[in-house]
Design a binder for this molecule. Structure first.
Ligand code: FES
Length: 157
């Protein structure tokens, strides 16, 4: 007579020791990545140049004193993490206001047609590209439209 032998079902679980080993490796990896990132001299681009996390969409009233400099070619203002400039050719341009090296607020230099960092002297083109280091990351460039009727400038992504 044939014997029916039942085999024990395989458990689909990890041994406790194996589980702890895997968790330890994963946790250690996360800690290592955070440490390396914190200790690194490399640039970490600000994902929120405006600081709010929302998309940039601001309208500047050029009748206001705070925005008065934009009524003259060559003038610029810094607002909401954005530097808005009026070029000598009378076009409005806008880029993220913080230097990608260490976050210093940039200046606009109309004669040089660039954005300048006063801290370590990085230079960026009017389109936001790095022209001179130590910064290596480009600025965020924004769209700009102007409305002469309402005397406003809109900066948006
Ligand atoms: S902070 Fe701008 S070049 Fe260093």
């Amino acid at each position: 007579m044939e014997k029916l032998v039942s085999t024990p079902k395989k458990k689909n679980t990890l041994e406790r020791k194996e589980f702890m080993k895997q968790v330890g490796i994963g946790f250690g990896g996360i800690l290592l990545m955070n440490c390396l990132q914190a200790c690194s001299d490399s640039e970490i681009p600000d994902p929120m140049p405006g600081g709010s996390g929302d998309k940039v969409d601001i309208t500047l009233d050029l009748n206001l004193t705070a925005n008065n400099k934009l009524n003259t070619p060559g003038g610029y203002v810094v607002t909401n993490g954005v530097i808005v400039a009026r070029t000598l050719a009378d076009n409005f341009i806008a880029v993220s206001a913080k230097c990608t090296h260490q976050g210093t607020i940039l200046e606009y230099r109309p004669s040089q047609k660039d954005f300048y960092c006063p801290l370590h002297e990085s230079e960026f083109s009017e389109a936001g590209a790095v022209e001179k280091g130590p910064a290596t990351g480009a600025l965020v460039r924004y769209n700009v439209t102007s409305d002469e009727t309402s005397n406003t400038v809109r900066v948006f992504e």
